[in-house]
Each structure stands twice: as structure tokens, then as C-alpha cells.
Ligand binder design. Structure first.
Ligand code: FMN
Length: 178
């Protein structure tokens, strides 16, 4: 798929998955896309745990009450940040931005390979869900699962949600109001 086609097709998917496992070769391709994302000072702070063990998959699936994709995922990619990040530029660290850039690259790779996912982040922050998943995956205390991506072959067709028009969000040279 051409890159602009992939961008246009990328959408959040919270529906059911087909009963089809994801080969490690594809999981690796997806995470490699995350690894290749830009990061502040090229510090490459985001780490990834790819979950494809059936027992662990079932444990994570059981945590989400409503999101069908989270409940039926064949695999997950957990993206980790450091809770006590080292400053890499003028006292700043960019762990969250690094993680977001990696996640978006992976969303595009997932779309290009014909899988579907949703960026799950908000849910990890409530009811200690991120902490619980971190414990299941043996993640050290100083790291946090900041984003998790459920993965599978979609059983339904979903589309990207409507986006505001270019003119409502972007301008050449000067910000415009009204
Ligand atoms: C920072 C961030 C956090 C998100 N957290 C969640 C989440 O916890 N659960 C969820 O179902 N979707 C989550 N999403 C997905 C958004 O709801 C989704 O991207 C948005 O509704 C637009 O739809 P689209 O992805 O199909 O364009 C998150 C997206 C981002 C970028």
C-alpha cells in the first residue's frame, strides 16, 4: 500500500477479530516500524513487549470489560516508557513523545499488513490497568506500560472517523481565527 493510502485507511478498531494467529514475522515487522520512529535526541526510549503467549493474551483480554478488540486480540504490543526518565536535552526528556511516534508508526504498519488495532492509552491509566499488565509481563517498577495495541485480523469493516477539514485546522504562514 502506498503511504498516503495507509494513512487514509488507518482507523481505530474495537470490533471482533477472526480466529487467525499473527505470525511472529509480522509482529516483528510491526515493532520494527516502531523502533524506526524518531525520538528526542535519538534517545530511543520506548521499549516494547510483544505478547503472543495464549495464557498471557487471555489474562490481558480478561481485564477490559467492553472493548471487543482488547477482549479478542490474538496478540498485544505493550509500549513502555521510563517513569524516571533521564533528561536528554536542556533538562527535558521526551519519553511520551517518543512513545507516541513509535505507536503511530506501528498503527500504519498494522494497517499496511491488513490487521486492525486501537491505540489504548486512557484505559491503562484507570483502575491500575497499566500497572496490572506491567506485573503480568514482568516489567520493572521504574517502567510503565503507556500504550497497548491489541492485534488481529478484523472480522468487520470499520472506517476512519471523520476528521475536520484542512481549513479548520491548518493555515499557511499565519494562524487564522473565525
Ligand atoms: C493518546 C491517545 C489515547 C487513546 N486512548 C484510547 C483508549 O484508552 N481506548 C480507546 O478505545 N481508544 C483510545 N484512543 C483512540 C482514539 O479514541 C481514536 O484515535 C479517536 O477516537 C479517533 O478515531 P480514529 O483513530 O479511528 O481516527 C486513544 C488515542 C490516542 C491518540
Amino acid at each position: 500500500m502506498e503511504v498516503f493510502e495507509v494513512i487514509a485507511k488507518r482507523h481505530s478498531y474495537r470490533g471482533p477479530y477472526l480466529d487467525r494467529n499473527i505470525p511472529r514475522e509480522d509482529l516483528r515487522l510491526i515493532v520494527q516500524a516502531g523502533i524506526q520512529a524518531p525520538s528526542g535526541t535519538n534517545a530511543q526510549t520506548t521499549e516494547f513487549v510483544i505478547v503472543d503467549d495464549a495464557e498471557l493474551v487471555a489474562q490481558i483480554a480478561a481485564l477490559h470489560p467492553t472493548n471487543t478488540a482488547m477482549r479478542q486480540a490474538k496478540a498485544y504490543i505493550a509500549c513502555l516508557i521510563d517513569l524516571r526518565p533521564e533528561a536528554v536535552y536542556e533538562g527535558y526528556s521526551f519519553q511520551v513523545e517518543d512513545c507516541a511516534a513509535a505507536a503511530e508508526n506501528m498503527l500504519l504498519a498494522i494497517t499496511a499488513l491488513g490487521y486492525a488495532t486501537v491505540w489504548v492509552d486512557g484505559w491503562l491509566r484507570i483502575k491500575s490497568n497499566g500497572k496490572k499488565i506491567g506485573e503480568m509481563l514482568g516489567i520493572p517498577q521504574n517502567k510503565l506500560v503507556r500504550i497497548i495495541l491489541p492485534l488481529g485480523v478484523p472480522a468487520e469493516h470499520w472506517a476512519q472517523r471523520e476528521k475536520k477539514q484542512f481549513e479548520q485546522r491548518a493555515w499557511y504562514n499565519r494562524y487564522q481565527t473565525g
